[in-house]
Structures are given as structure tokens and as C-alpha cells.
Design a protein around this ligand. Structure first.
Ligand code: SAM
Ligand code: DTB
Ligand code: SF4
Length: 344
């Protein structure tokens, strides 16, 4: 990875933000097509395996007990339910399955249970990702031994703005978990949220934290704040759409080989806005009608959009081969899958 730059400075990144929109997008697109298949989007389905009741006070999150309208807390999902949801995601064409839990940090007993879930995802032929809060070094190693492909742990914003959003942990806690994940051999998925009341400088600093890690994260989700009722940041001002697209473009330029994921908030984005994000270098999305607790774009709408843009889902061909081998009792659903894919 010698061509990877990880000594970005604030003036350099602010200069990128100040370029004309067209020049910035053109540079990002050039970087994108040098490093990726330009018309391919990677898709990942999310499942909340343990919802609500979280003791952390992240000001944007409906699952925090500190929210004025906290979501009802549920116990950890059964393995059978996970298998059922993961099978549905696989049948819809997802190649990666990400399981989230509303924990500050998982107990060792819960790590054992999550490892069984990861095994189910692998049996179904998908890549696995989990996001469980802070990990110890030992827990990261155990997850790595289970074959876990990705761990999601977001920095969310700049070091300076962090304390205005979350007070129950600090930035270094976040970086420590990311280091344990990296050292254990699991791929790192780490990104942020726009709309937390941050400045452009905070956005630049977040990207610098990510891009100046010794190794760039393999995956960087850029979320648009989903305004969840009852959360402290519910009334925050909306981020300007062009500023959001600029942030995607700069992520692509700074981390050329990384999957940049256009993440939460897509449900309220117009097709044209998403199209510009893909042009600017986004090449991954969350797929399926639910994120963790918030709605996402439906699979049908996404397929129609990819179709209109001439984009393909990464791994689609091999998925179809795999499906040919599977004997699912739901013949009609399987037929729908083929029709949708093959008509595209
Ligand atoms: N509890 C774990 C943690 O915080 O690492 C895992 C689940 S947590 C919900 C995963 C990520 O989702 C957060 O780090 C945050 O970046 C993102 N997220 C949560 N609520 C969001 C919202 N309302 N809008 C946008 N992104 C959100
Ligand atoms: C990430 O960066 N975004 C996803 C995933 N990682 C776990 C979560 C978005 C959550 C949006 C709000 C909700 O569904 O509650
Ligand atoms: Fe808990 Fe994660 Fe929500 Fe923060 S973002 S309150 S850690 S579930």
C-alpha cells in the first residue's frame, strides 16, 4: 500500500473543500475510476440484533436511554431469527450482512452468541460485519478467529466536536477499539455523520483522522444525520446537499482504494443527489428497507435507481450462480429475484 498517503494536513484538506464543485468532482471521479469499477456498487444489509437500552448518550441516537423518546429495549435476537433475516438479505442479492447491537461494550458471553451469528452469515455465503461498541483486545482477537470480515466503529466527527455529541466515552476510546480491530486482522469500517452541528473544519478533521491511520479503513461510511424524534440533535439544521457531496468526493480523493459508503439518510435523498454521490466516488450502500431503527430505501427503489444509472451490484453474477444451487422452498421469491436481476 505504498501509494497510500497518510500525512494529510488541515490546509490541504480545506483547499480541497474550497475547490470549485466541478473541479472537485472531476478529480474525485478520476481517482475513483483509476481504483474501482466505476459502475459497481457494493451492497450491505443491516440488522439490529439487540435494539435500544444503550447507556451511552450519543446525541443523535434513538437507542440511547438518554433520548426523550427511547426506543423499546429488546433482548439479543435468537439465532433462528438471524438466520431467517440473513437468508432474506442473501436472496435479495446482498453480499454482506452487518449486525448491530446497542451496547456500550459487549460482555464475553454476548461475544460467544454473536460468533454463532457470524457463522450463520458465512454458511449463507455472505461476508460478515458487526458493530457492537467498544471491544477489548482479547474480544477483537476472538472475533477475528471466528472469521469476521469487518468491524464497524465510527469516529462520527472531529476530536474537537466529539464531546459536544457524546459525553459517556472519549475519542481515544474509539481509536483504541479501531486499533485492536486492525491488529487482530479484521477489516476496519469507520466513518462519520454529517449534521451533528459540526463545521467544515470538523468535517476535514474527521477525514484526516481516518486517512492518517497507518492503514486506511477498508470501508468508510458517510452518514447523513437521520433526525430521530426525542434525540438531543433532532432539531439540528440540515446539511447542505452540495457540502455532503463534497465530503464524499474528498473522502474518495483522500482514501482512493477504500469503499466509501453512502450510508444513513439516503431515504430522504433525491435520485439526482445519490447519482452525484456515486459520481463523486461513493461505491457502497446499505440495502434493504431498514437501517437499525430508521427506514431505508426499499430494494425495489434501489434496483430501479441502479438500473437507471447503469450500475450493477457487486458480486451479482456469482450470487446468481449461488442461487442456482440453493433449494429454497420459496420458489416464487426465487423467481422474482431472477426476473429482477435478469431484466436489469
Ligand atoms: N452501539 C454501537 C456503536 O455505537 O458503535 C453500534 C451501533 S451504532 C447505532 C452505529 C453507528 O450508527 C453510530 O456510530 C453512528 O455513526 C450511526 N448512527 C446512529 N444513529 C444515527 C442517526 N440517527 N443518523 C445517522 N447515523 C447514525
Ligand atoms: C453506519 O455508519 N451507519 C449504520 C451502520 N454503520 C451500523 C447505522 C445507521 C443508523 C441510522 C439510524 C438508525 O437506524 O437508528
Ligand atoms: Fe449506543 Fe451506539 Fe446508539 Fe451510541 S450510537 S447510543 S453507542 S447504540
Amino acid at each position: 500500500m505504498s501509494s497510500i498517503k497518510n500525512n494529510w494536513t488541515l490546509p490541504e484538506v480545506l483547499n480541497l473543500f474550497e475547490k470549485s464543485f466541478n473541479e472537485l468532482l472531476f478529480e474525485a471521479h478520476e481517482t475513483h475510476i483509476k481504483n474501482h469499477n466505476k459502475d459497481t456498487v457494493q451492497v450491505c444489509t443491516l440488522l439490529s440484533v439487540k435494539t435500544g437500552g444503550c447507556p451511552e448518550d450519543c446525541g443523535y441516537c434513538s437507542q440511547s436511554i438518554h433520548s426523550d423518546e427511547p426506543i423499546e429495549a429488546t433482548p439479543l435476537m435468537s439465532l433462528d431469527e438471524v438466520r431467517e433475516k440473513a437468508t432474506m438479505a442473501r436472496d435479495q442479492g446482498s453480499t454482506r450482512f452487518c449486525m448491530g447491537a446497542a451496547w456500550r461494550r459487549p460482555s464475553n458471553k454476548n461475544i460467544d452468541r454473536v460468533i454463532k451469528m457470524i457463522e450463520v452469515v458465512h454458511e449463507l455465503g455472505m461476508e460478515s460485519c458487526v458493530t457492537l461498541g467498544m471491544l477489548s483486545q482479547d474480544q477483537a482477537e476472538r472475533l477475528s478467529k471466528s472469521g469476521l470480515n469487518y468491524y464497524n466503529h465510527n469516529l462520527d466527527t472531529s476530536r474537537e466536536h466529539y464531546a459536544k455529541v457524546i459525553s459517556t466515552r472519549n475519542y481515544q476510546d474509539r481509536l483504541n477499539t479501531i486499533r485492536y480491530v486492525r491488529e487482530s486482522g479484521i477489516k476496519v469500517c469507520s466513518g462519520g455523520i454529517l449534521g451533528l452541528g459540526e463545521s467544515r473544519e470538523d468535517r476535514a478533521k474527521l477525514l484526516i483522522e481516518l486517512a492518517n491511520l497507518e492503514q486506511h479503513p477498508e470501508s468508510v461510511p458517510i452518514n447523513m444525520l437521520v433526525h430521530m424524534e426525542g434525540t438531543r440533535l433532532y432539531d439540528n439544521e440540515k446539511v447542505d446537499e452540495l457540502e455532503f457531496i463534497r465530503t464524499i468526493a474528498i473522502s474518495r480523493i483522500m482514501m482512493p482504494k477504500t469503499y466509501v459508503r453512502l450510508s444513513a439518510g439516503r431515504e430522504s435523498m433525491a435520485d439526482s443527489m445519490q447519482a452525484l454521490c456515486f459520481y463523486a466516488g461513493a461505491n457502497s450502500v446499505f440495502y434493504g428497507e431498514e437501517l437499525l431503527t430508521a427506514p431505508n430505501v426499499t430494494v425495489e427503489k434501489d434496483r430501479a435507481l441502479f438500473n437507471k444509472l447503469g450500475m450493477n451490484i457487486e458480486g451479482q453474477e456469482s450470487q446468481i450462480d449461488e442461487l442456482n444451487k440453493i433449494k429454497t422452498p420459496d420458489v416464487e421469491k426465487k423467481q422474482d429475484f431472477y426476473n429482477l436481476k435478469l431484466i436489469n
